[in-house]
Ligand binder design. Structure first.
Ligand SMILES: NC(=O)c1ccc[n+]([C@@H]2O[C@H](COP(=O)([O-])OP(=O)(O)OC[C@H]3O[C@@H](n4cnc5c(N)ncnc54)[C@H](OP(=O)(O)O)[C@@H]3O)[C@@H](O)[C@H]2O)c1
Length: 231
């Protein structure tokens, strides 16, 4: 399968928790370190789950839907032919609203499933947001990655949470590298997602073995661990 190289980049507490909201103001001082480490990789795209996109980027904006006059083919749509950097949202049911087709200069691509309404597809086209179909009922990440390379030319992609999207790609053996910032925080919140969560509806595959490729102590007692996955 021809697909982009996938680097999972995350920040977690020492107990593996990733929910920034539980950390009060503590996270603010680590945000720029997270971005600096992100920028050290040469990638054309970053990808997050619907929940992360809604919470951290679109601020819960709902789409305004108007009835589509005719059915729309389930084929990829490119909202910007010139785009060379991308923000990808895994939004299987088409729930996200968009004010613009870019986030800080990165063109938005939605990963959808086929049951999404024609009204929503029309909405995305009007907003100039790109999309592709990655499965009939649930997202097939292998298929999605193939199309991201084939249709949009993406060769390296940063996977940046949340835990459920990371867990799905890990479970499918689609993560090549892990870049993990261990923050000097102990969380302890019960049931809070960790870096990798394989949803109950998926068949859990075996553990993924990693090879340590880098250890760096950063400012403010942050530890930066880098691994590749063993195959
Ligand atoms: N510490 C960090 O570095 C970091 C980084 C990123 C995010 N976060 C935090 O993580 C939290 C959200 O994490 P999350 O794990 O709850 O949500 P998430 O991974 O951001 O999004 C999960 C959603 O993606 C969609 N999805 C579709 N197919 C999926 C599949 N096969 N597997 C998983 N998801 C699929 C589903 O959307 P539908 O519900 O629409 O079907 C699902 O609810 C936020 O609070 C965010 O701030 C932390």
């Amino acid at each position: 399968m021809k697909r982009p190289y996938v680097i999972c980049h995350m920040a977690s507490t020492v107990d593996g928790k990733i929910i920034v909201d539980n950390w009060g103001d503590s996270y603010k001082r680590f945000g720029s370190l997270y971005e600096q480490c992100h920028d050290s990789f040469d990638s054309q795209a970053w990808m997050v789950g619907r929940v992360t996109m809604e919470k951290d980027f679109t601020e819960g904006l709902q789409p305004t839907l108007i009835q589509a006059p005719k059915p729309i083919d389930r084929i990829p749509f490119k909202g910007d032919e010139q785009a060379s950097s991308f923000a990808i949202a895994v939004d299987p049911r088409g729930k996200l609203g968009w004010e613009s087709n870019e986030i800080e200069g990165d063109h938005v691509i939605e990963l959808l499933t086929e049951p999404v309404s024609d009204d929503y597809l029309q909405y995305l086209q009007q907003q100039g947001v790109s999309y592709l179909f990655a499965g009939k009922d649930s997202i097939d990440f292998g298929k999605a990655l193939e199309q991201l390379q084939e249709v949009f030319g993406i060769k390296t992609l940063m996977l940046e949470g949340g835990g459920h999207i990371n867990g799905s790609l890990l479970n499918d053996g689609l993560i090549d590298e892990l870049s993990l910032l261990i923050l000097p925080l102990a969380d302890g919140t019960p049931d809070a997602p960790t870096t990798f969560e394989v949803s109950k509806h998926l068949t859990k595959n075996g553990v993924t073995e990693l090879k340590l490729t880098g250890v760096e102590q950063l400012a403010q007692d942050v530890l930066w661990l880098k691994y590749t996955t063993k195959r």
